[in-house]
Design a protein around this ligand. Structure first.
Ligand SMILES: Cc1cc2nc3c(=O)[nH]c(=O)nc-3n(C[C@H](O)[C@H](O)[C@H](O)COP(=O)(O)O)c2cc1C
Length: 578
C-alpha cells in the first residue's frame, strides 16, 4: 500500500479556517479490494479461538486503514461466524446523531473516513437545506449533491425557490417554509426527500464506508419522506430515539421496495376507533424510474430492557441493534422510572430502576452499544467487556472542530470548559416533547431564564408540534412552547406550557442559522451537551482546542487514525474552498 498525504485549507462557514491533513492509502495491484484488508485471525481476539481462516471473500468490509493489530475497527461477532449474537459488520464507535445540524454531513463524513460510524442528524434538514441555500451555499456542497438527486426537476425547483448567490443581504430574514403536518404537500415531501438525500450523499461522498442517519421518533410527520430521501442516497443505518419506534423497521422494508409506507400518528385526544395515519407513497411523489434501494439497518435508541424486548417482539420488522442510552447523555433523556422526584436544582432524580440490566440485553442476541459518558478509552473497554459492540459518543464530537456548531459559540463553550465554569442542567420542562433535556449553561443563550423570557413566544418552525383531535375529528397542531393563549385555545393544558422553550429556533441558532424575527430580534442559541464534559477537557489537553473528530477516535481507540485512510483523496476544490 502506498500513502498519499495532502493538506487542505478548510473554510467552513464564515468564520472557521483550519488545516486538515488527509492521508489516503491507495491499494497496489496486489492488495485486496478498496476498503478491505488482509489480517491474521489471531488478532481478532479470544472470540475467534479455534475458528479456521476463511477465504478473504467471506470477510466483508474490514477497513483498509486497519492493520489488524487490535480489534478496534472490527466487529468480533462478524469475524467469528459463530455465537448467538447476530453477525454484522459494524464499528466500535458510533458518533451519535446530534440535531439539529450539529452532526452535519462534514462531521459524519470525517468519522466514517476514520473507520467508525458517522451519523448525520436527520432533524429539520428541510429548513437547514433552504437556509444553506439562502446563505449562498458556501463551497457549493448543497448544489453539488442536489445535482445528483434522481429527479432533476425537484432539485431545480428547490434551487430556483431558495438559492441566493452570495447569500442574503444583512438583516434579511430567512424565507419560511410551511411547518410539517400530517398532510404534507407534495412540495414539502419532495423538499424533505431532497434535504435528506443531500445530507447523506455529502456524508458518503468519496468513500464507501457506512454512514447513518438519526431521527427523533417524536417528529413523526417528517419521518417517512425523510427516510426515503436518505435511502435514495444509500444510507446504511437508521438510528432513532426519543420515542418508541415500533413501526419504523417495517416502513424501511416497504420503502426499500418503493412501496407505500405508513405510520400510526400519535394524536392527543384520539378516541377509540380513530385511525390517524401518516402515509407516504414514493410512486406518487415522482414519475421517474425508481432506483434499486437497499434496506438500511435499524438501531433503536432506548433505555430499558422492557423496551428492547417490546421492539424485538412487536416491531413491524427487524430491529438490527440497540443503543442503550443513559441519562447522562447529551440531548433528550428518558424520564426516570418510578417516582418522579427532583433534586435541589429541580433536576429529575434517577435511581436503581433506571439502570439497564446488560445481561438481559446480551441475552437478546442483538448488537448493542452503550451511550452517555462513554467517550473515554476505559469506558469503551468497559462496554466491550460487558458484551456491547461498542459505544455511541456525542459530546466529544459535538465540540470538535468538525462539528456543525457555530464557531463562535463553540469557542465560548470551550472557554467555559477550560476555565472550569461549565455546568450541564437536566431541564425536565424545557423541551416541548416532555422529555428531560440537557441544557449547557452559557451566557447570552436561552439557558439564562431571564433572557429567554424576553423572547416573545413564537412558534414558526413547528417540528415539535403534536397533533390533536378537534371535535369535528379533524387534526389540529399545537406546541407547548407556542404562545400560551394559542395553546390553550387549541385545548392544551396550561400546565404543560410552564417552562417550555422553543428548541426549534434555538437549535438552528446553535449552528449559525438564527432567524431574524419580525420585530428585528435574532433568535438565540440553547446548547445541549452530556454531563461528561471532562472528555472535552482531556481532548483539548491532548490535541488542543481544534481537536478533530479523527482525534476523538484516536483517543478512544488508543490507535492513530489516518483521516481518509482507504478511500480516494477528496478533491480540494470540490470539498473545501480556500
Ligand atoms: C449536541 C447534541 C445533540 C444531540 N442530539 C440528538 C438527536 O438529535 N438525536 C438523538 O438521538 N440523540 C441526540 N444526542 C445524543 C447523542 O446522539 C449521544 O447519544 C449522546 O450524546 C451520548 O452521550 P455523551 O454526550 O455523553 O457522549 C445529542 C447529543 C448532543 C451532545
Amino acid at each position: 500500500m502506498s500513502a498519499l498525504v495532502s493538506i487542505l485549507r478548510v473554510k467552513r462557514g464564515d468564520e472557521c479556517n483550519h488545516e486538515v491533513h488527509v492521508a489516503t492509502v491507495l491499494p497496489t495491484a496486489s492488495s485486496p479490494p478498496m476498503g478491505w484488508s488482509q489480517y491474521n485471525i489471531k488478532d481478532l481476539g479470544n472470540s475467534v479461538a479455534g475458528i479456521p481462516r476463511l477465504p478473504l471473500s467471506m470477510y466483508l468490509c474490514i477497513p483498509a486503514c486497519c492493520s489488524c493489530s487490535s480489534v478496534q475497527h472490527h466487529d468480533r461477532t462478524d469475524c467469528t461466524k459463530s455465537g448467538s449474537m447476530e453477525r454484522l459488520n459494524i464499528p466500535k464507535i458510533i458518533q451519535g446523531g446530534m440535531g439539529a445540524g450539529v452532526s452535519h454531513w462534514h462531521l459524519a463524513r470525517q468519522v466514517s473516513l476514520a473507520g467508525q460510524l458517522g451519523v448525520v442528524s436527520g432533524t429539520a434538514l428541510d429548513v437547514i437545506l433552504v437556509r444553506r441555500l439562502q446563505d449562498g451555499d458556501f463551497g457549493g456542497h448543497v448544489r453539488r449533491a442536489l445535482a445528483k438527486f434522481p429527479v432533476p426537476e425537484i432539485a431545480d425547483r428547490i434551487l430556483s425557490q431558495f438559492f441566493i448567490a452570495g447569500g442574503r443581504k444583512p438583516g434579511q430574514p430567512y424565507k419560511r417554509i410551511a411547518a410539517i403536518s400530517a398532510r404534507l404537500s407534495q412540495h414539502a415531501q419532495q423538499l424533505l426527500m431532497a434535504a435528506n438525500f443531500v445530507e447523506v450523499a455529502l456524508a458518503k461522498e468519496g468513500h464507501d464506508r457506512p454512514v447513518g442517519v438519526n431521527y427523533l421518533e417524536k417528529i413523526q410527520m417528517a419521518t417517512l419522506s425523510s427516510l426515503y430521501g436518505a435511502m435514495l442516497a444509500g444510507v446504511d443505518y437508521v438510528l432513532m430515539g426519543a420515542g418508541i419506534p415500533m413501526e419504523i423497521p417495517g416502513a424501511l422494508d416497504r420503502l426499500a421496495k418503493h412501496a407505500k409506507a405508513w405510520l400510526r400518528l400519535d394524536v392527543d385526544g384520539a378516541r377509540p376507533g380513530d385511525d390517524f395515519r401518516l402515509e407516504f407513497d414514493p410512486q406518487k411523489v415522482w414519475k421517474a424510474s425508481l432506483p434499486t434501494l437497499s434496506r438500511p439497518r435499524f438501531f433503536a435508541i432506548i433505555s430499558s430492557v422492557v423496551l428492547a424486548l417490546a421492539l424485538i417482539k412487536k416491531a413491524s420488522g427487524h430491529v438490527d441493534g440497540f443503543i442503550i442510552e443513559g441519562h447522562t447523555a447529551g440531548g433528550h433523556n428518558a424520564p426516570p422510572r418510578g417516582a418522579q422526584t427532583v433534586n435541589h436544582r429541580g433536576e429529575p432524580v434517577y435511581g436503581s430502576k433506571d439502570a439497564v440490566d446488560l445481561a438481559k440485553i446480551r441475552e437478546l442476541g442483538r448488537p448493542f452499544y452503550l451511550a452517555g459518558g462513554f467517550g473515554h478509552p476505559d469506558k469503551l473497554q468497559e462496554a466491550l467487556s460487558a458484551g456491547a459492540n461498542g459505544v455511541q459518543v456525542g459530546t466529544a464530537f459535538a465540540l470538535s472542530i468538525d462539528s456543525g456548531l457555530n464557531c463562535d459559540l463553540r469557542a465560548r463553550i470551550l472557554d467555559d470548559i477550560e476555565a472550569g465554569r461549565s455546568d450541564v442542567f437536566t431541564d425536565r420542562l424545557a423541551s416541548p416533547t416532555g422529555f428531560p433535556f440537557k441544557v449547557l449553561s452559557l451566557d447570552g443563550t436561552n439557558s439564562e431564564q431571564d433572557l429567554y423570557e424576553q423572547r416573545g413566544r413564537i412558534c414558526d418552525l413547528g417540528y415539535l408540534r403534536t397533533a390533536y383531535r378537534r371535535d369535528d375529528s379533524t387534526l389540529g397542531y399545537r406546541c407547548a412552547a407556542e404562545p400560551v393563549e394559542d395553546f390553550v385555545a387549541k385545548g392544551g393544558d396550561i400546565a404543560q406550557t410552564e417552562g417550555r422553550k422553543c428548541l426549534c429556533n434555538a437549535l438552528l441558532a446553535n449552528i449559525g442559522m438564527p432567524q431574524q424575527q419580525a420585530d428585528g430580534t435574532i433568535e438565540r442559541p440553547l446548547v445541549t451537551a452530556g454531563d461528561d464534559l471532562e472528555v472535552v477537557r482531556t481532548l483539548i489537553g491532548k490535541y488542543g482546542r481544534d481537536y478533530t473528530a479523527a482525534q476523538v477516535i484516536e483517543y478512544l481507540t488508543a490507535q492513530p487514525v489516518p483521516a481518509g485512510a482507504g478511500v480516494e483523496a477528496p478533491q480540494a476544490e470540490d470539498h473545501f474552498t480556500a
